[in-house]
Ligand binder design. Structure first.
Ligand code: ZN
Length: 500
């Protein structure tokens, strides 16, 4: 193996080592750090980030890449060596194409933007947020132009989260999804049926929620000797090394869903991280593929599995043993309650169906903003119009409307569609797993979940970045991404519940 290639690998692993230290500092800051410790923590994190940046822009990377590009190491694009080189090139280009002044301006704009967003949201005053939002969007346009794109500016931003994916493909999938979701939602609303949701807001003691949730996370394959579950305000999953995956959740004494489905969701992310190839840690083949594929793994365990009838055929007895509040509740009533569909204002609280409409609205608006088809000043009106059109509701305030998410203030433009892509990938992968494994329902009724974990590990997790998301979908399911699997999944679950 060439000398330049070895150096490139060692250097990439060193960057991963620093990044893992940064993510441990970040996890600690979000879960354990005493209040007074945050000022020095910011310095620690900024220092490590500076070291990472220096390493990532080391001009020797350019020399090593020049030595290995076009050699037999890159002959087979899906090989480990070609993937390592492709990823190193991609990272190096992203780091070196952006002028230092632009990177600094973006850091400042997004820090200030997030502070302004918190305050403006608290005071329900969009005009206070507006100048910061305008600034962030202006800089994101400059970023897209500096990175470059073929057909549309949004492509350059989407690529940060969904490598190789094109706006036109995502738009086609999400438009088709919306076209089929709207009549399904109308039918549900016209059914006159609705579950008793109050059973989910009875008393659910936190310690019982923790033990029940952990038991379920373990059963689906989250490895607690290579991971942890802790408490935070905003749940997330992170890793601080190949055998150190951290997931978090939050508990509400009077709401069953939040922690339980939150734990399944984050455990799904964790199982993906734990399923990556350890020997390739820090290199393309050992890296998660994209945010959409990551989200497909969390949504698969949360929704396809965790909200299914066979899952609860197995778990409901244990749930009743844990929670007195469920003693007098039938499995039918519980199952209907956890699968209730109703348009609501807040994305993060939305059900499995309407969630996608929240995403489609954001996806359409952020493209229009990037292309300057609408101005940030017109955003509240455009937002409310789309909520009326797609969900039939109007937010009473901008705080619960256009200012509900942190993403735009933080410069995360192109991020939203990955949530719905995750739902689409999850449904398409799941139907294939069901075929390959000869019927998952029977396995779940027996409490056997590890076959699905093994399948996903082999077909998805261990493929790393050797393929693009589009190639992975084709490889695993034999066809390109299609919205029909998610529609089929929702229809076959919701039709019997709502009698439609
Ligand atoms: Zn997620």
């Amino acid at each position: 193996m060439s000398d330049a290639f070895e150096k490139l690998c060692d250097h990439s692993r060193e960057i991963a080592l620093l990044n893992s230290i940064e993510s441990l500092l970040d996890w600690d800051a979000r879960c354990k750090l005493p209040e007074q410790g945050s000022a020095y923590r910011t310095e620690q994190q900024a220092y490590v980030a500076k070291l990472v940046h220096q390493k990532q822009t080391d001009p020797r990377i350019g020399d090593w890449l020049a030595d290995v590009q076009g050699t037999n190491l890159t002959a087979d694009p899906q090989s480990d060596t070609a993937t390592i080189i492709r990823e190193a090139q991609r990272n190096y280009d992203k780091q070196t194409k952006l002028p230092v002044e632009l990177v600094e301006a973006l850091t400042r704009a997004t820090n200030d933007g997030q502070h302004a967003w918190v305050e403006a949201r608290r005071e329900n005053d969009f005009s206070k947020f507006l100048p910061y939002l305008e600034n962030v969007y202006q800089l994101k346009r400059e970023q897209a132009d500096a990175i470059g794109y073929e057909s549309c500016r949004y492509d350059a931003l989407l690529d940060d989260y969904e490598p190789g994916e094109k706006t036109s493909t995502v738009r086609a999938a999400l438009e088709a999804l919306r076209t089929d979701l709207v009549p399904l939602l109308e039918a549900i609303q016209g059914s006159g049926k609705s579950p008793d949701r109050s059973i989910l807001t009875r008393d659910y003691p936190v310690s019982k929620q923790e033990s029940f949730g952990s038991q379920a996370a373990k059963a689906i394959g989250f490895e607690f000797d290579r991971g942890r579950l802790d408490v935070t305000h905003h749940p997330f999953c992170t890793e601080a090394g190949p055998d150190d995956c951290r997931i978090t959740t939050r508990y509400d004494l009077n709401f069953f869903n939040m922690a339980f489905f939150g734990i399944l969701h984050e455990a799904g992310h964790g199982i993906y991280d734990q399923g990556l190839r350890k020997s390739q840690y820090g290199l393309g083949p050992g890296h998660y593929l994209s945010l959409g594929i990551h989200e497909s793994q969390s949504r698969m365990w949360e929704n396809q599995v965790g909200r299914s009838r066979p899952f609860w055929d197995h778990w409901y007895g244990a749930a009743q043993e844990h929670f007195n509040s469920l003693q007098d509740v039938s499995l039918d009533d519980f199952y209907f309650a956890i699968n209730h569909v109703e348009p609501s204002l807040i994305r993060v609280e939305a059900d499995e169906l309407t969630y996608n409409l929240h995403i489609i609205i954001r996806f359409e608006l952020e493209q229009a903003l990037i292309d300057e088809q609408i101005k940030p000043a017109d955003l509240p009106e455009a937002w409310n119009t789309k909520y009326q059109q797609y969900l039939g509701i109007q937010p009473p305030t901008d705080a619960d409307g256009v200012m509900q998410d942190v993403h735009w203030s933080a410069g995360l433009v192109g991020y939203f569609p990955t949530y719905s892509l995750g739902n689409l990938y999850a449904a398409q992968f799941y139907q294939q797993a069901d075929k390959d494994l000869g019927g998952l329902d029977e396995l779940f009724r027996r409490g056997e979940f590890l076959e699905l974990k093994r399948w996903a590990g082999e077909k998805i997790h261990q493929r790393g970045r050797n393929v693009t998301p589009a190639e992975l979908v084709q490889e695993v399911t034999g066809e390109p991404l299609s919205h029909t699997y998610l529609i089929d999944h929702l229809q076959s679950k919701l039709s019997p519940l709502y009698g439609i």
